[in-house]
Every structure is written in C-alpha cells, then in structure tokens.
Design a protein around this ligand. Structure first.
Ligand code: NOJ
Length: 513
C-alpha cells in the first residue's frame, strides 16, 4: 500500500477554466474574467479548491493565449488587470485558490522581447531566443518539425539571415533559458503574479525549456513528427526548475504543476521532487481506452513511479487539448463512473470545466474551425442555463456542445440525479474523509472488468469499485460495506450487495452505520 504518511503539497481538487469558453458578460461572445467572477459561488457550491485559468495575458491569440505578448497585462478580450485583481480577491474571500497558466517555453512573436531580438544580431536580447545559421544547403539548422503546423520548427528571418526556433507555431518562438537575463525576466513573471495573489501556476510544456545546445537531428523513427516531446533533456531543464522552485518558495509562496507532456509516467516523475516541480501532469488516463485492465495497470504503474521519487501524482481526464472524456468513453453512464475514478484516486485531480456536466465535444463545421491544432470541439462554450444563449451575453465564438438544453448548469443544479450533483457529492466526500484525500492506496483484484482500489488511513477505509461494462457484474468484496456514493445514485446509504449495475461505480465505507 502506498505510504499514507507522504505529505501532499496540495490536497485539493483543481478546476481548469478555459477563460474564452467559460462565460461571456461583455457581449463579444468570448468568455471573460467578469464571467468567471459571477460563477465563484457556484464553484464553491460544487466544492473545488482551486481554479486554474488557461492564459489570460495579452496575446495576438495565434494559439489562443499560449502566445504571450505581455506577461504583465490581461488581454482586453478577458478584461483588465483590475478585473484579475478583483477575481483573485473574490476567490480568496471564498477560500478558493487561483492558479495561472505560465508559458515559459515560448512567447508570441509580437512580444517586445522577440521584436528586439529579431531586430539585429547585436541586439542585447538577441540571445533571449534561439537563433542559428542556416544549414550548409541554406535550409533549417536541423530536421525538427513544429507542432500544430506542417512546417519546420525553424523559420528563416530575412532581416538578419538566421533561423529562429519554434517548437509550436512560427508565431511562438522558443525562448533561451540558458541566457541569464531571459531566465531572470521569466522568473520575474512569477514574482509579478505571486505578488498579485496567485497561489499556483500550471507551467506549459515546462520540460522543453532546457535545450541541448547541439540541436541534434531527430532520429529517423520520429523525424517529421511535430510532437516536440522528444526534444526534452532533463539534465538541461533541472537547473531551471531549481531556479523556478526557489522563486516559488520565496514568500508569498506558490505551487506549480508542470505540463510535462511525455508519454511515460516514469519520465514525468523525474521532473518532480523536493527542489524540482511540486507536481506534474501525467496524462495516462486521457490516452487510455475505457477498460479496467488498462486503468488497473496505469494506476499501479503511476503509483509505483511517483512513490519511487517520493512525489504526489496527478490525475487528468480532460483538458483544452484533448477530446472530452464523455466523448471518449461514449456512454453517459461511463462518463459518470470515470468521474468517480478521477476524484477518488490518490493524487491531485484536475477537473476540466464542463466535465462535471458530462459535456461532449462540439461538432465543428469546417467553416467554424479556428484552432490550428484541431482542438475546437473540447473548447466549446459552457452552457449555464436553458435560455436561447445559455447565459452568454453574446453569440459564442464556437458552437455549443451537444444537448445544451439539458446539459447546462442550471438544469443540473435543479436535478439531484444529475452528473453535476454526483460530482458535488464526490467532492464533499473527498473533503470529509482524510482517507480519500491523503490516505494510502492499494489496487485490488476483484473482477476482470472492474477497477477496485482501497483508500485508507487511521481514520478509516473506503473501497472504490468501477464497472467498465454496460452490463451488470458480480464484484464481491469480503466484509460488510455500505454505499456512500454511487455513480448512478442507486442504493446510496444502503448495503453493498456484491453486484454492480451496468456502468456503475461505487464508493464504499466499512460497516452498516
Ligand atoms: C500546451 C497547451 O496546453 C496547448 O494548448 C498549447 O497549444 C501548447 N502547450 C503550446 O503552448
């Protein structure tokens, strides 16, 4: 059983808000900070602990905010710096933390730093980005490809006769953390927002900030794939993570979760630790089919790898880069069961706004596509009520997800059998029971199509059982157990009979009580 004594750096549940798609109050069809502020009481009612806001900085929006043009200002589509201050204060009054996206690997090509850097080879900021001479044939310095665009990861700049590196869009030049001034400027961004009250940061592709100065060609098996993941060099990134950690720990302290977007949780775990990242995403469940054997293997593996480095894992079922969990698993009952897994597993859960309503990806007609990375479906607007525009002041920038007349926050608040209420019951249980928050965890073999795990500490024991099939299953467990939460609401408060309904997940507590 994983050690129940490891103190987690953060015990709560983080709720990811994609600000463009949350709620528009200004009438331009783009969500804004004022819209988020109007829903704080709802989020307190729901029971999350922290809000992570995807980028709100000034940006030309080539990558919808992941191309930052000014780290110290809010983009006008979202509001003003004063709105950010007001939101942080209002959240804190409600004991909600506010975490901000931090984009350390690149800026916008419109950022004044890059404008200066590209202006001349002698500019003091030239070395703040990665400039290289053309290859002998005049082509790019190596064979890397950019993510989201079918182009090389290097763009030639006529004015100064060199190429600059961009592992994402050409509008997102990579910065050079090996340059001490750039590094300090990037650390200043953290200081700026910590001083404004930000409690934590989600660090975008932070594993890419340390570069191999040789910029070696990709080997043939990955050449031509714009995935960026294979360009990571842990030993080059670690010193920068240490500098970040020191900056975060200087008062007022803040935590950081790194988007270490690597396929193997063992690789991810090497970026986490005492003087490195507090937390790192591992996306195993996003990439897993809805199958008990896969989930069992993942939970065991992740637990082993994170325990080995003494770190607390994270769990993610959805975000703004991946098809929504309800679309992936297909059946609404399975999406509800998946929510039980997300919120009961040992680690820090990240809940993507809208997943608590069971939202599916929107269908995007070809003439409405706006994201170069094909991620519009999961970024569809959140429907807040059953009115024509579902609570939005303006016609939203993307189409609605399916069935907004039923899958909206107001309708589900009024319906105790809804997925929203299920999520709320799970969050309340997690708050009430230390065993489910910080307790140890052991995966049990109960039935092939069932993930079963025990969470326990000195205060008590809970069992979680998830049926991955749309048929009833026997899942006997020794002892007397009662159902505290069931994904379909059935039998809550009663004894567990040893049989799960189709798509059912249950949280069980010991005894009759
Ligand atoms: C990961 C972010 O989640 C994604 O939305 C973005 O496009 C890339 N990093 C580049 O910043």
């Amino acid at each position: 059983m994983a050690d129940a004594m490891d103190p987690p750096v953060f015990e709560g549940v983080v709720y990811q808000i994609y600000p463009r798609s949350f709620l528009d109050t200004s009438g331009d069809g783009i969500g804004d900070l004022a819209g988020i502020a109007t829903q704080l009481d709802h989020l307190v009612w729901l029971g999350v602990d922290a809000l992570w806001l995807s980028p709100i900085y000034r940006s030309p929006m080539a990558d919808f905010g992941y191309d930052v043009a000014d780290h110290t200002d809010v983009d006008p589509v979202f509001g003003t710096l004063a709105d950010a201050d007001a939101l942080i204060a209002a959240a804190h009054e409600r004991e909600l933390q506010v975490w901000l996206d931090y984009v350390p690997n690149h800026t916008s090509d419109q950022h004044p730093w890059f404008q200066a850097s590209r202006s001349s080879r002698d500019d003091p900021k030239r070395d703040w980005y990665v400039w290289r001479d053309p290859a002998p044939d005049g082509g790019p310095p190596n064979n890397w490809r950019a993510a989201f665009a079918d182009v090389p990861a290097w763009t030639y700049d006529e004015a100064t006769g060199q190429y600059y590196l961009h592992q994402f869009l050409p509008e997102q030049p990579d910065v050079n953390w090996a340059n001490p001034q750039l590094r300090e400027a990037m650390l200043d961004v953290l200081r700026f927002w910590k001083d404004r009250g930000i409690d934590g940061f989600r660090a975008d592709v932070v594993h890419l900030i340390g570069k191999d100065p040789a910029y070696p060609d990709d080997p043939p098996e990955v050449a031509g794939v714009g995935r960026a993941g294979h360009h990571h060099l842990p030993e080059a990134t670690a010193p920068h993570l240490r500098a970040i950690r020191r900056t975060l720990e200087a008062p007022p302290a803040a935590v950081m979760v790194g988007e270490v977007n690597l396929p193997d949780a063992a690789q991810v775990a090497t970026y986490v630790g005492e003087d490195l990242l507090h937390l790192a995403f591992q996306f195993s469940l996003i990439h897993s089919p809805w199958r008990a054997d896969h989930w069992r293997d993942i939970v065991r593996y992740v637990q082993g790898e994170f325990d080995a480095v003494g770190a607390w894992p994270t769990w993610v079922l959805g975000n703004h880069d991946n098809s929504r969990v309800a679309s992936r698993v297909g059946r609404p009952g399975a999406a509800r069961a998946a929510m039980v897994g997300l919120l009961m597993l040992r680690g820090v859960p990240f809940l993507y706004a809208g997943d608590e309503l069971g939202l599916e990806d929107a269908v995007i007609p070809p003439d409405r596509v706006v994201d170069p990375g094909g991620r519009d479906g999961e970024r569809a607007p959140i429907p807040w009520d059953g009115s024509a525009r579902h609570g939005w002041a303006g016609e939203p920038w993307l189409p609605w997800p399916p069935a907004p007349e039923a899958r909206n926050a107001a309708a589900q608040r009024a319906d105790e059998s809804s997925m929203l209420h299920l999520t709320r019951r799970l969050l309340a249980l997690r708050r009430a029971e230390t065993s489910l928050r910080t307790g140890g965890q052991e995966v049990l073999d109960v039935a092939d199509a069932v993930l079963a795990f025990r969470r326990a500490d000195d205060s008590g024991t809970h069992l979680v059982l998830i049926n991955y099939l749309d048929e009833p299953l026997d899942a006997e467990v020794a002892g007397d157990w009662r159902i505290v939460v069931a994904s379909d609401g059935a039998g809550e408060g009663g004894s567990y009979t040893g049989r799960l309904s189709p798509d059912q997940a249950v949280v069980l507590a010991e005894g009759e009580r």
